[in-house]
Design a protein around this ligand. Structure first.
Ligand SMILES: [Zn+2]
Ligand SMILES: [Zn+2]
Length: 131
């Protein structure tokens, strides 16, 4: 069981499973949403993910017609994204995890919109858009 929470501690979640894949997403939307060079996103099975505290604090922003980004409305921590046409999967922002994990980053996506000030210096697979 993995657990995580937002910065203010108002929202807590748990995941009954393992993190097996970590995408480093350099798309412009993720950069804005995280305020960072890239996002660290792990696909999870929605059915095994549960908000255990603070569900009423969650806010949702649709960054495209069918893709929502869910964050804590109190502190702003980004928690996950989810597509309306693929509700069985959510993409957790793993910087919010409290449990240790053994997985390491899997690949870079949306390298075509990477911040010009960030250099990718590893040998992971790099995809121009999605993988
Ligand atoms: Zn919060
Ligand atoms: Zn992205």
């Amino acid at each position: 069981m993995l657990t995580g929470s937002c910065l203010c501690g108002g929202v807590h979640y748990q995941y009954d499973g393992e993190i097996s894949e970590i995408a480093l997403c350099h798309c412009g939307q993720c950069r804005k949403a995280q305020g960072s060079a890239f996002a660290t996103n792990a696909p999870l099975l929605s059915a095994h993910f549960q908000i255990t505290q603070g569900e009423t604090l969650l806010k949702t922003f649709y960054s495209s017609a069918i893709k929502k980004r869910v964050f804590c409305g109190n502190c702003g921590s980004p928690l996950y994204s989810q597509r309306d046409d693929k509700p069985e999967v959510l993409r957790l922002r793993i910087g919010t995890l409290d449990s240790p994990i053994t997985a390491t980053p899997s690949y870079h996506i949306y390298c075509n919109s990477k911040a010009e000030w960030w250099q990718i210096n590893d040998d992971l697979p790099k995809f121009r858009t999605t993988n």
